[in-house]
Ligand binder design. Structure first.
Ligand code: UD1
Length: 352
């Protein structure tokens, strides 16, 4: 019998991280093969190439080179280009991760060709439709055949929208990645020495969401908040291209007393920066969870979060909240074997 073929669409930094454990698991499973399509949404070496080497991810079979531009243009170009690849490859299913424009384009291209869609990180909701990510994830959930949810809440969100078939709660793939890559980061990364940082003597931060970068006031508000909240500790911030571009446009300097701006980091260096920080400020979904994995308190620079269990477990708070709730473990993120669970489900389903 010939192998079942999955086409995976990736494009943005967090998707490379999630793909690492799952692509490895697929590669180690007989009977399934994967063809990987990089949309090019993230194209700088520091946003893309370094992740492939840090994560030992194989080079994608296709790189569509579609990055930048407005949401509509980017998504539309991706849709057309992915469709062409899918017509050529004729996979049995298309797998997409998370909530980016690459996720939406991959899901739409597949469903228009009647190819089943597998959505990893399904059911997450911020209930804020102004976020492009919220629109992307809602759309993709509603056209997916297999939906891999990380948490109980994400399953409940889907149930509320009438999606109950093909839903599997499998834990969090980023936890798999953190468990596998943390020891490697410890061994290989020299970042703390390079930046002359000592563990727990500094805070770290990331900032890139549209809400926090669309006006000079929004950027200033976020930067001032972190400096104040860091209470005298230096805040080290690897600056995302979106934020760098926006700050330049508004004539704002990110570097200032109390804040050290550095270039975007590869995954291994980011693990070291995050796990040794005394506190993390972020508007990224992934880093909110990684803060918990590393046992570092987090403040989310947004007025809502999809990862509500990080807040109810006392490891994260929204910046509008004064205090953390009391701490407990988050068992639903699983035991580092989410990738294995997903591949088992995919295998059973594709075999039908
Ligand atoms: C995207 C995702 C967001 C995810 C984030 C992770 C969408 C709608 N948003 O946001 O959900 O959390 O990735 O980082 O898909 N740019 C560069 N070099 C790069 C990549 C981007 O200069 O390698 C520039 C782009 O040209 C653009 C800006 O940065 O001007 C924003 O990039 P874009 O891919 O649109 O969205 P992100 O903010 O990265």
């Amino acid at each position: 019998m010939s192998n079942l073929r999955i086409a995976t669409v990736i494009g943005a930094r967090p998707q490379f991280v999630k793909a690492a454990p799952l692509s490895l698991e697929i590669a180690n499973t007989s009977g399934i093969e994967e063809v990987s399509i990089h949309t090019g949404q993230h194209y700088d070496a520091k946003m893309s190439d370094i992740f492939f080497s840090d994560l030992a991810l194989p080079k994608p079979a296709y790189n569509l080179g579609i990055g930048g531009g407005t949401h509509g243009k980017m998504t539309g170009q991706m849709l057309a280009a992915i469709e062409e690849v899918l017509l050529n490859e004729a996979p049995d299913a298309v797998l997409v991760y998370g909530d980016t424009n690459s996720t939406l384009a991959g899901g739409l291209a597949a469903t228009k060709l009647h190819i089943p869609v597998i959505h990893v990180e399904a059911g997450l909701r911020s209930f804020n439709r102004k976020m492009p990510e919220e629109v992307n994830r809602v759309m993709v959930d509603h056209i997916s055949t297999l939906l891999f949810c990380p948490t109980v809440t994400s399953v409940e969100n889907l149930t509320r929208e009438g999606i109950t078939e093909g839903v599997h709660q499998v834990g969090d793939l980023m936890f798999d990645a953190t468990l596998a890559l943390s020891p490697i980061a410890e061994e290989r990364s020299n970042l703390l020495d390079e930046l002359t940082l000592t563990p727990k003597s500094y805070c770290t931060a990331t900032l890139h969401r549209a809400d926090n970068t669309e006006s000079p006031e929004a950027i200033e508000r976020a930067l001032s908040y972190m400096i104040e909240c860091a209470n005298g500790k230096e805040v080290v911030i690897p600056v995302h291209p979106r934020t760098r571009i926006a700050a330049k446009r508004f004539g704002i300097s990110i570097e200032r007393p109390g804040l050290r701006a550095i270039e975007p980091l590869g995954y291994l260096d980011m693990i070291m920066l995050a796990k040794n920080a005394s506190m993390i400020f972020t508007d990224s979904g992934g880093l909110q969870k990684e803060a918990y994995f590393h046992g570092v308190p987090c403040v989310t620079l947004r007025s809502e979060t999809e990862w509500t269990e990080t807040v109810s477990a006392g490891w994260n708070r929204l910046w509008s909240d004064e205090n953390y709730l009391s701490k407990h473990d988050i068992v639903e993120y699983g035991d580092g074997r989410s990738a294995q669970k997903m591949v088992n489900v995919i295998r059973g389903w594709l075999a039908h």
